[in-house]
Design a protein around this ligand. Structure first.
Ligand code: ZN
Length: 124
């Protein structure tokens, strides 16, 4: 049986889930809650930081294909509204929020509001 991580939206086997303050979390998010770290994947930091920075795709390791696709889409467009993302990736509002939260956490994307609309833009 698969369950969904409440934080990043990833599907995980029921046996690998963690309960934290009433939320169901995957291992990564659980660890992240316990030990907040700047890097996206706390276990990869020790070994992979250098090579990931070298490849120009730092922090992207450990992302789901969907998160990578959202990141690539925003990066190529420069600035994307929430509505465009919902439509393009066929997501519900809460699903998108979960994906964006992970991408924000990984410092790949950030959001901003202008004239009542919410946009996602590349982090740097
Ligand atoms: Zn998670």
């Amino acid at each position: 049986m698969m369950v969904k991580c409440n934080r990043c939206g990833r599907e995980i086997p029921d046996s690998e889930k963690y309960e934290y303050h009433g939320q169901t979390l995957c291992e990564d998010c659980y660890i992240d809650r316990q030990f907040p770290a700047k890097a996206c994947d706390p276990w990869a930091v020790y070994s992979a930081t250098r090579s990931r920075q070298h490849s120009g795709f730092k922090n992207a390791e450990g992302l789901t294909d969907l998160q990578k696709a959202i990141y690539a889409f925003v990066k190529s467009s420069g600035r994307v509204t929430k509505e465009e993302l919902l439509k393009n990736f066929n997501l519900t509002d809460s699903e998108l929020q979960a994906q964006l939260a992970t991408l924000r956490h990984c410092e790949l994307l950030k959001g901003f509001k202008e004239e009542g609309r919410t946009y996602a833009i590349p982090f740097d």
